[in-house]
Design a protein around this ligand. Structure first.
Ligand code: AMP
Length: 503
């Protein structure tokens, strides 16, 4: 399976690290610079340490630490060995970590130094198949010698490179197996679609435990030999300092709404950038328009997911449509059978299946190889894709389908509304009742407070009666996960008995 003569889709990476060794890979505000040569050396050092701990091709290497360049060294070290890199959200609790360790059975588990003792104990208490608890290491103990043998092992495209657990809002989260071919196809597509060159500096304020910050951002930088402008997290002061030193930014929609909420967002401060990209959650059409009005930049929205990396993108050159996630990328085929329906994807970007979950994998693919994304959408006449929600968020009320996005867009357009989430709640007569959860400005334009009645009256002029919310609830904030996605399942649970009180 491995060895000389294998056509490794990531073979370019080793060449790049050597050829670009004096160029800057990461720069940060404090003046810290990491050159490609250092990435080469440190990832080789890390690979040697992994091998010393018994890591072989196919072994899982799990990491749950705060964002740091060492996480990238570890990722590249895993690619060198054919080990499977498995990043975990730092927000996961010990009980959740226990699930991931039991499911994935990693050989090594990296945690922050202060958690090492507790996690060793936790892992010892787990009953694992073969009784093989992972070796727990704190992130800074991995120093070793440079790997002296082959710097990169050539590995086939179908070798699993990463295991990324989906956010799993229904049921237990599953590990998506991403192959070398998936990663290579994704970065190749994105460099081309977004015109990245070695002269680019990408502002990176995303976390490293999700595909967005990792394979969509980091791999695009690596594949173009460009530079990352490193921010530990999205913090407005730091972002405004970093913007004039960057040429492109990738973010989730909340980055853009937060930028818009700050008076420092101007044409001048963004004049050196050529591209702003948004993904991971829906970008409101209004945010797109406001950002253009303030900066002159049209945010480029794209659509991706853990299992497929990026599927579609608005064009770099050509019309970027507010509210649309653009057209399929070169390697991705996207189909929707009905006029509005299930979005299905096939291509080199699509993952190899869920780890040790044959049945779930089987159920997620059509017999002709298309992956069922779980998203619903439609194409317009020019082939631009619009997402109307997850299929599990579809509301069926009195037998009629209501797509939340349509109602949310209508509510968001009302004066005084900041944002909204529309959900279905069990209803004794209708099966589900439409409920709008709305964040309103403290004082609506005109000086009055926005009321339930006012929202419903305003909607009634443009929306069919069966789709109208039966209740409008006002809240201070919508609950979101780390990637800025609204946690609709949590909202449904919170309001589950709204229509059943007294029954
Ligand atoms: P994750 O696997 O955590 O990246 O979540 C993937 C899901 O995020 C997709 O299946 C979509 O539901 C959603 N998503 C990603 N990008 C967009 C986008 N641009 N617009 C709307 N939803 C998106």
């Amino acid at each position: 399976m491995t060895g000389v003569g294998v056509d490794d889709p990531l073979a370019w990476l080793e060449e790049l690290l050597v050829a670009q060794s004096s160029r800057v890979f990461i720069k940060a505000l404090a003046g810290r610079v990491i050159r490609y040569g250092e990435l080469d050396v440190e990832s080789r050092r890390m690979a040697t340490a992994l091998r010393r701990h018994g890591v072989k091709a196919g072994d899982r290497v799990t990491v749950q630490v705060e964002k740091s360049p060492e996480v990238i060294f570890l990722y590249i070290a895993c690619l060198r060995l054919g080990a499977i890199f498995m990043p975990l959200n730092t927000a996961y609790t010990d009980a959740e970590l226990a699930y991931f360790v039991t499911d994935a059975e990693p050989r090594l588990l990296f945690v922050a130094p202060e958690r090492e003792a507790a996690i060793v104990k936790l892992c010892d208490s787990l009953s694992l198949i073969g009784d093989q608890a992972p070796t727990v290491l704190s992130m800074d103990t991995a120093a070793g010698d440079l790997m002296s043998a082959r710097a990169f092992m050539p590995l086939r495209g179908d070798t699993v490179a990463a295991l990324v657990y989906t956010s799993g809002t229904t049921g237990r989260s599953k590990g998506a197996m991403l192959t070398r071919a998936n990663l290579a196809a994704n970065s190749r597509n994105l460099v081309k679609a977004w015109a990245f060159t070695a002269d680019d500096v990408l502002l990176h304020a995303l976390p490293l435990f999700h595909v967005h910050g990792l394979f969509i951002a980091i791999d695009t930088v690596l594949a173009s030999g460009s530079t990352l402008f490193w921010l530990p997290k999205f913090e407005l002061d730091a972002v405004f300092d970093a913007l004039p030193q960057s040429t492109a930014m990738m973010g989730v929609p909340t980055f853009y709404t937060r930028l818009l909420g700050d008076s420092r967002l101007t044409r001048e401060v963004t004049s050196g950038l050529r591209l702003f990209i948004s993904g991971s959650a829906p970008l409101r059409a209004q945010t797109h328009r406001e950002f253009e009005a303030r900066t002159g930049h049209q945010i480029l929205e794209r659509y991706g997911m853990t299992e497929t990396l990026v599927n579609s993108s608005n064009p770099y050159r050509g019309a970027r449509r507010p509210g649309s996630v653009g057209r399929p990328l070169a390697d991705a085929e996207i189909r929707i059978e009905e006029s509005t329906g299930s979005i299905e994807v096939k291509g080199e970007n699509v993952f190899a299946g869920y780890f040790r979950a044959v049945e779930k994998t089987h159920d997620s693919f059509r017999s002709d190889g298309f992956f069922i994304t779980g998203d619903l959408g439609y194409f317009d006449s020019e082939g631009y894709l619009y997402i109307v929600g997850r299929d599990k968020d579809l509301i069926i009320t009195g037998g009629f389908n209501v797509y939340p996005v349509e109602i949310e867009e209508a509510i968001n357009a009302l004066p005084g509304v900041t944002e909204s989430a529309v959900i279905g709640i069990p209803h004794p007569d209708f099966g589900e009742g439409v409920v709008a959860v709305v964040v309103a400005q403290a004082i609506a334009p005109g000086g009055s407070l926005l009321t339930e009645e006012a929202v419903l009256d305003a909607l009634a002029t443009g929306i069919a009666k069966f789709k109208l919310p039966k209740r409008v609830l006002f809240v201070d904030d919508l609950p979101r996960n780390a990637m800025g996605k609204v946690r609709k399942q949590l909202l449904r649970t919170l309001h589950a008995s709204l229509f059943n009180s007294g029954i």
